[in-house]
Design a protein around this ligand. Sequence first.
Ligand SMILES: *Cc1c(COP(=O)(O)O)cnc(C)c1O
Ligand code: SF4
Length: 339
Amino acid sequence: MRTGAQFAAAGLIEPGREAAIDAVGARYSVALSRHLAELIDRTDSGDPIARQFVPSTEEMASGSDEFADPIGDGARSPVKGLVHRYPDRVLLMPTLACPVYCRYCFRRNRVGRAAGAPDADELDAAFAYIEDREEIREVILSGGDPLALSDARLARILRRIEAVDHVSVIRIHTRTPVAVPSRVTPGLVGALTLRRRPWMVLHCNHPRELSPEVEAAFARLAGAGVPLLSQSVLLRGVNDDADTLAELMRRLVAAGIKPYYLHHPDRAAGTARFRLTLAEGLDLVRALRGRISGLCQPTYVVDIPGGYGKIPVLDAVPGDRDGEWTLKDFTGREHAYRD
Ligand SMILES: *Cc1c(COP(=O)(O)O)cnc(C)c1O
Ligand code: SF4
């Protein structure tokens, strides 16, 4: 569902709010899959799935500490559709479409807008950029959601990357198996069957997202030999308590998925309602340490605003005043950060 009328008909917004929700949709992409909508408990005003996907008029306000491009993709994009932040790996974004639009998305100013995605010539230029640079060992398909592409287009892109001798690792970041588990078809699994198995990083934030259909989709991917990792975003009102995080990580490991990253929420415009402080995040992550096994522990990371990359929050150095931090990027450069 995409429009205010559809959200109202599904009982996910109050009648009379349709136009206000459509105004949010005119600024930011909106979509909620039928599968996830069915998992929402209409009687719970704080439902963690509704909170992630149902638009809110709070998104129309953006603070002075928020950015259109919070992680600085633009500053590190040598050709359209490609971000090169670290020497040995690049992000390739062949599409900006997603099966759902997360209200906290760090690329919310661009996702779902056809204009930002590379056309065929621009994608050729991105492949040429990778082919010309032997230091690039890993290509990460991101977006948008690469599984929003057709099987044939995805297969063509994967096979083209696989043909580059110096690229030894292909990774796919996706929310699709959680949002639309039926998309994990034999055709998709066929597209993912390469000489070298691609790694897949599944975006999943709450144990309630792990429905039987989703777990079956994970099993189809694992059955095809795709190694599975997860990434989650720490979000106020969704998963910002130790019990929920512990259950999420345990359920992921039980399903054969290794929790990879827990992301501190980025400062994307209009997402203040999801944000918490680094100190609050650190308290939660420390609480997980004794409670769940090492297999269940993700690395808690923050993207340094401006395009300087992700660092473990445990490495952040507290400043003299509450909420002031120094973050050192992978080149050793220091950046001031304020909650
Ligand atoms: C997050 C990111 C990566 C991947 O980083 P890892 O720490 O290897 O998971 C690569 N390139 C860009 C531009 C990124 O933002
Ligand atoms: S799936 Fe990823 S890229 Fe798409 S809206 Fe959600 S966070 Fe953003």
